[in-house]
Design a binder for this molecule. Structure first.
Ligand code: ADP
Ligand code: ZN
Ligand code: MG
Length: 497
């Protein structure tokens, strides 16, 4: 029996969000639609010009390296990577060869299995800094070059070939994207090409029991414009290569492109031999003594709590389910708001154990469903919320203490969302406290019973819906103030006695 093991390694380019380009003072503005506006003699490679490295870009790649547990090189060096292509004005790209800024790190991907987080470390070989190429535009039989992108700082991350499924590769890209967002070093929009993932994939065919780690011939896939495309292309390629091996055919080393419409990869170019880029040290740039120029303390200070730390802390501190934590991890501003609410909630009433967990759960539910729905309806971002964490906590406290019903809770939330008023004032002024007084409930219940003889008859025939209907009418009359359980009880009581 032969066992087919897929192996995947990723090469990911990330455009860094800096004020200027990598080696000149031109603006780094990916939104600039007018071609050839952000250009100068340096990024156009006029003779005699000198590059000057961008400190902000170097700082950002080092922050990324720290966040990904890399060793930061004491000395980093720029090299020329020589090749000819019309998008490369100098005929070489300034990149890094043997002394990249960051080496030997890892990214820990996560997955939720049966409600429990599973983590896995994927080793990273290196992260280096280079300059982006110009953009080629092919139109009506002609080709144009837009140099706005030429020289934009680009971080290139290379993983070890130690990913073994399409899902894992997708999770790596998603998690890297999230970390870039947390660090605020790039927008990394894959559809805009701000983050570009190239996938290398091979299949090892081993006899069962043979544990040798010899990898198969790798194929490189390009044109992956979304996380979904990364996953689908790998799945497709695993099947294609496995089928070839099963038929006794050989996989050839080549570059393939992902066809989004046909959902398949097609051959782009066959690599007969390794490229010779004739790398050599960039003579116009001195090696960078990173520790001197970028003190570790300063770098570390700029790094916020990272997604995995947030995951573990939220699980432990708030007792939320992994799936709930995950939602907040993807919306860090919402997570901050949530944490402020819990702090206020603890301030209103000090609780612990199960009791505290229930209050937190209540707050989470109102936040993730009702508040979020209001925000979407009103196209309101978290930064323009009128309801403060303090007000939100007061509302949750009223709900938790059963002083208002959930129907009232939702109505008050909507009102406070609009006006920014204090929920306590709204509840008191409008007399919305929940009513547990049976005499008051009976009074309305009797009215409703008299007005709905058909429902009463249905109830007596044993139709459960009839009771729901009557209770609903009573609740409506009370404007949501009556305790709903008590309402059902009282109606039953009035109809059966
Ligand atoms: P090359 O010299 O052809 O560029 P590298 O060793 O530099 O190859 O690796 C480039 C990328 O390909 C890395 O992401 C690495 O993890 C991946 N890779 C290398 N060999 C394989 C293989 N046999 N199968 C899958 N991925 C591989
Ligand atoms: Zn320039
Ligand atoms: Mg390589």
């Amino acid at each position: 029996m032969t066992k087919y093991t897929p192996t995947i390694g990723l090469e990911i380019h990330i455009e860094l969000k800096t004020k200027h380009k990598m080696f000149c003072e031109c603006l780094n503005d990916p939104e600039e639609k007018r071609p050839n506006l952000n250009i100068c003699p340096i990024c156009l490679a006029h003779p005699g010009v000198l590059p000057k490295p961008n400190k902000e870009a170097m700082e950002k790649v080092l922050q990324l390296g720290l966040a990904l547990n890399c060793h930061l090189s004491d000395i980093a060096k720029f090299d020329r990577k020589n090749y000819f292509y019309p998008d490369l004005p100098k005929g070489y790209q300034i990149s890094q060869y043997d002394k990249p800024f960051c080496q030997n790190g890892y990214l820990e991907i996560s997955d939720i299995k049966e409600g429990v987080y599973q983590f896995k470390k994927i080793p990273i070989r290196r992260i280096h800094l280079e300059e982006d190429t110009a953009r080629l535009i092919h139109e009506g039989g002609s080709s144009f070059v837009d140099f706005n992108r030429a020289g934009i700082p680009l971080a290139e991350l290379v993983t070890e070939p130690e990913i073994h499924s399409a899902k894992e590769a997708r999770r790596f890209c998603e998690e890297l994207h999230l970390i870039i967002k947390y660090l605020d070093i790039g927008d990394a929009d894959m559809e805009k090409g701000e983050m570009r993932c190239e996938v290398n994939i091979s299949i090892a065919a081993n006899e069962l029991g043979d544990s040798s780690k010899v990898l198969g011939t790798k194929v490189e896939i390009k044109n992956l414009n979304s996380f979904r495309a990364v996953e689908e292309a790998i799945k497709y390629e695993i099947e294609r290569q496995t089928e070839m091996l099963e038929k006794g055919e050989k996989v050839i080393q080549e570059t393939r492109g992902w066809d989004e419409k046909e959902k398949k990869t097609t051959s782009q170019r066959i690599k007969e031999e390794a490229h010779d880029y004739r790398y050599f040290p960039e003579p116009d740039l001195k090696p960078i003594k990173t520790a001197e120029v970028f003190p570790l303390d300063d770098l570390q200070r700029a790094i916020p709590e990272l997604p995995n730390d947030k995951r573990l802390r939220f699980l432990k501190e708030y007792g939320l389910k992994a799936q709930e934590v995950e939602e907040l991890v993807y919306e860090p501003q919402m997570a901050d708001y949530f944490e402020k609410v819990i702090m206020e909630l603890d301030g209103l009433k000090s609780t612990e154990g199960k009791e505290r967990e229930e209050r937190i759960k209540l707050a989470y539910n109102y936040l993730s469903t009702d508040l979020k729905a209001l925000m979407i309806q009103n196209a309101c971002g978290i930064e323009s919320l009128k309801i403060t964490p303090h007000s939100f906590a007061i509302l949750i406290d009223f709900l938790d203490k059963k002083m208002i019903s959930s129907a009232v809770g939702k109505a008050v939330l909507a009102e406070v969302f609009e006006s920014g008023a204090n929920p306590e004032v709204v509840i008191k002024e409008k007399n919305l406290l929940q009513v547990f007084d049976t005499a008051e409930i009976d009074e309305i219940a009797k009215l409703v019973i008299n007005q709905n003889p058909q429902a009463v008859a249905d109830f007596k025939k044993g139709k459960v819906n009839a009771l729901q209907f009557l209770a609903g009418q009573v609740m409506k009359e009370s404007k949501g103030r009556f305790n709903p359980q008590l309402v059902q009880e009282r109606i039953k009581n009035l109809l059966t006695n």
